[in-house]
Design a protein around this ligand. Structure first.
Ligand SMILES: [Zn+2]
Length: 278
């Protein structure tokens, strides 16, 4: 059975007070949920590609009561609970404008599973866009207290910091944040992270043997090329390479990128007239 991750996008779209101050450059305010929801939606897709099951505890735009969210996760027996938020200090761009990333766990859980999960996500969130890392903190939040699995709440920036407010609607930053959450979760559960998804990295031929069915000498190459000077050798019918590591296109024709028994990498035609995968 796959691991189940409960995903919580924080608030409803119109939850009172959960918005940035008026942003001149955008000529509007940004609602916290615009960011949270986008990150959760992307995170949901990424986690599924990595083989997780997911549970969206507040999938719509309305503000689902916190108890409903945590009950859903508890009843489903989720293996982790991730609540995605954006921070606020005083709701104004005036005065002090703290910035940066914070992650919360329930008091006393820094050295427990939630703390380790928070650490994995934090180490990942530190990458990418340069932001202050404010660290892992403890708080008696409902979603951290009432969940029966390791639970963390992330704050990927401050809505009332001028630069970080703009990041909320930055597509690049939204994707980066989703990927960083996914990488952290994968790391915690020791699951390889596949950004492109299982289908792309685990095509049927990957890891399998390819051999020549051509009644003669079949060339293989030291680089993805068809050029004579790149020929590394020839194989005869029934001979080949023990492992295909990728399929590449060279001047419109497919080659398998392969490894021999010594781990050396070569390229050979993928045309079914010349080779078969066994
Ligand atoms: Zn929030």
């Amino acid at each position: 059975m796959s691991l189940l991750i409960a995903l919580d996008d924080g608030h409803g779209m119109n939850t009172k007070g959960k918005k940035s101050p008026y942003i001149k450059d955008l000529n509007r305010v940004v609602k916290e949920n615009e960011f949270n929801r986008e990150v959760v939606q992307q995170l949901n897709k990424l986690l599924k590609k990595c083989g997780f099951s997911t549970l969206l505890v507040a999938p719509g735009d309305e503000d689902v009561p916190l108890a409903v969210r945590t009950n859903l996760a508890n009843q489903a027996g989720a293996d982790a609970y991730i609540s995605v938020h954006y921070n606020a200090f005083d709701g104004s761009f005036n005065g002090t404008n703290p910035s940066g990333i914070e992650i919360y766990v329930y008091p006393g859980h820094l050295n427990k599973k939630a703390g380790r999960l928070a650490h994995c996500i934090g180490e990942s969130l530190k990458q990418g866009t340069k932001q202050k890392y404010r660290g892992i903190k403890e708080a008696d939040f409902h979603v951290l207290r009432e969940t029966s699995m390791p639970a963390v709440l992330t704050e990927s920036g401050f809505m009332d910091h001028p630069k970080e407010a703009l990041l909320m609607v930055d597509k690049q930053f939204q994707s980066e944040t989703a990927i960083e959450h996914a990488k952290g979760i994968c790391n915690y559960f020791n699951v390889p992270f596949h950004e492109k998804g299982k289908e792309d990295n685990q095509s049927w031929y990957i890891g399998r043997r390819v051999e020549s069915i051509y009644p003669g000498d079949l060339r293989f190459y030291q680089s993805p090329s068809w050029k004579d000077q790149e020929v590394a050798g020839q194989v005869q019918k029934g001979y080949g390479f023990p492992e295909i590591i990728a399929l590449v296109t060279v001047s419109g024709f497919s080659q398998y990128k392969v490894k021999n028994s010594k781990g050396q990498v070569f390229y050979i035609t993928a045309h079914e007239k010349y080779v078969k995968v066994v």
